[in-house]
Design a protein around this ligand. Structure first.
Ligand code: KIV
Length: 259
């Protein structure tokens, strides 16, 4: 087993697992010093490409961005989202996951649960492709962004789903937008680590979309903590540059290329 995945598994109920998303090398290089897992998420659909959902991201989009991210990642576990439609059945999933692994040299793929695709996870794992699961709010399959697992009946279903993903061989599961009671029960019940987004402190790790926490995306639901308003910092720099170009303060002698 990949040593990085072994390390992630060993963190269950120990020290929290730190995860963020990246879509390009320069950001990945910064994250890599601090994160355990870097995810090339299909959230790039909304964040980078301005689509209203994640459905239009293609296998080629994901592969190209991961090739860039790979150049910035040395120590973290690099996980890649399989886009919608690329894991419809076992043979399509195996073909596409192998292509992602081969062309990007990533460590694992992530696929969203549609409550039915456990055999696909098993087929990938049996082909030596490590898989991260994803339950709760799953943007590829659900239209409405809302809290999941807020009744006992729904919690029971989610626990069952998580258990089946674990049984299929996944090494961890993202829990998105789960009520605290649901994430607590799932995290206690399964042996693989849970990675929460909007799912409280009850998970073994946390993930956020990097552009959200940096204040770049304009999408700030309650579960996002904005650690910096990078949009304002960038805008101030651009304003200063604009002023200096217009007033001919830039470039100065220092910036001339002599020779
Ligand atoms: O696509 C993504 O960025 C994700 C995270 C939100 C978990 O799936």
């Amino acid at each position: 087993m990949n040593i990085k995945i072994k390390n992630i598994l060993s963190r269950k109920k120990k020290s929290p697992i730190v995860c963020l998303t990246a879509y390009s090398k320069n950001i990945a290089k910064i994250l890599d010093k601090h994160c355990d897992i870097i995810l090339v998420g299909d959230s790039m659909a909304n964040v980078l490409y301005g689509f209203k959902n994640t459905h239009k991201i293609t296998l080629n989009n994901i592969i190209q961005h991961t090739q860039s991210v790979r150049k910035g990642v040395k120590k973290s576990l690099l996980v890649v989202d399989m886009p919608k439609g690329t894991y419809k059945n076992k043979s399509i999933a195996k073909k596409n996951a192998k292509k992602i692994m081969k062309l990007t040299k990533c460590d694992a793929v992530k696929l969203e649960s549609n409550k039915n695709n456990f055999d696909i996870i098993k087929a990938l794992v049996n082909s030596n492709i490590p898989v991260m699961g994803h339950i709760g709010y799953t943007p590829q399959f659900k239209k409405i962004f809302k809290i999941e697992g807020n009744t006992e009946k729904k919690i029971t279903k989610l626990v069952k789903e998580a258990e089946l993903i674990e049984k299929a061989g996944a090494f961890s599961i993202v829990l998105e937008c789960l009520a605290p009671k649901a994430s607590k029960k799932i995290t206690a019940r399964i042996k693989i680590p849970t990675i929460g987004i909007g799912s409280s402190l009850n998970c073994d790790g946390q993930i956020l979309v990097t552009d959200d926490m940096l204040g770049l995306s304009g999408f700030y639901p309650k579960f996002v903590k904005k650690y910096v308003a990078l949009n304002r910092i960038i805008e101030n720099a651009v304003k200063k540059y604009t002023r200096e170009v217009k007033s001919k303060k830039f470039p100065t002698q220092k910036n001339f290329l002599n020779g």
